[in-house]
Design a protein around this ligand. Structure first.
Ligand code: ADP
Ligand code: MG
Length: 228
């Protein structure tokens, strides 16, 4: 199933943030959305996830228009979303954060992920609020990957995460891609982008300034657009 978005315009109230952005991601592929702080990456992802109405444009999933489909309905369609902020419930345990939204307590869906991130398994009975910022991002990432969605949208999943665990996050994403799942990843960490992305969109002031296959664009050209 392919997610395609075309001429997306959105923002907050009268303020236009995303100005006509198009792109698509196919099964087994990852699209990275990169750019400096404040250029509209999270705003675009919120719109793709159904958290923000479109001022203009179309989003389709497997050919069917998604406009107006709320987030919880999108989950049923196989689309998951991990926002940049407010990623875990601090008062709940790590285990409750992982299983809260599921009907079963089966550990099988997290087994491979616990092998990659043993710290989460060790802390299953601790309050999520006792984790560091990076560990909470890792928990949010693990919960999202565990959903085994057809498409996962991740907003800066590696923010504050230790380098060793960032490599393992890339491993987890690439395993899911090998199973045919797709990803849209907002990222500042080009190491992670290089490890997972097939194609990339570079945003500046809400517009696409560069897009194409990651390997063809090359890291240096992408980096030039991210210098403050
Ligand atoms: N909830 C909001 N209400 C009003 N403006 C917002 C809101 N969230 C973000 N913005 C503004 O939208 C612009 C883009 O923000 P954002 O999409 O978060 O950028 P990025 O994720 O690329 O850092 C910024 O100028 C930011 O201040
Ligand atoms: Mg952001």
């Amino acid at each position: 199933m392919t997610l395609a978005f075309d001429d997306v315009v959105c923002g907050y109230g009268d303020t236009v943030v995303v100005r006509g952005v198009s792109g698509q991601v196919q099964p087994g592929q990852a699209l990275a959305v990169v750019g400096r702080n404040g250029v509209g990456k999270s705003t675009l992802l919120k719109a793709l996830a159904g958290q923000l109405p479109l001022t203009r444009g179309r989003i389709s999933w497997n050919g069917a228009l998604l406009a107006g489909t709320p987030l919880h309905t999108r989950l049923g369609l196989g689309i998951a979303y991990a926002p940049q902020e407010n990623v875990v419930f601090g008062e709940l345990t790590v285990a409750d954060n992982l299983w809260l939204h599921l009907n079963d307590r089966a550990t099988s869906r997290y087994e491979e992920l616990f092998a990659l991130f043993p710290l989460l398994q060790r802390r299953l009975n601790q309050r999520a609020g006792s984790l560091s910022g990076g560990e909470r991002k890792l928990l949010s990432f693990t919960r999202t990957i565990g959903l085994q969605a057809r498409l996962s949208m991740l907003d800066e999943p590696t923010e504050g995460v230790q380098p060793e665990n960032i490599d393992r996050m890339a491993t987890a994403v690439n395993r899911r891609k090998a199973d045919g799942a797709s990803f849209i990843v907002v990222e500042q960490n080009l190491e992670f982008v290089a490890a997972v992305a097939d194609s990339v969109i570079v945003l500046d002031h809400g517009e696409v300034v560069l897009h194409g296959r990651f390997a063809e664009l090359g890291r240096e050209r992408i980096e030039q657009h991210m210098v403050v």
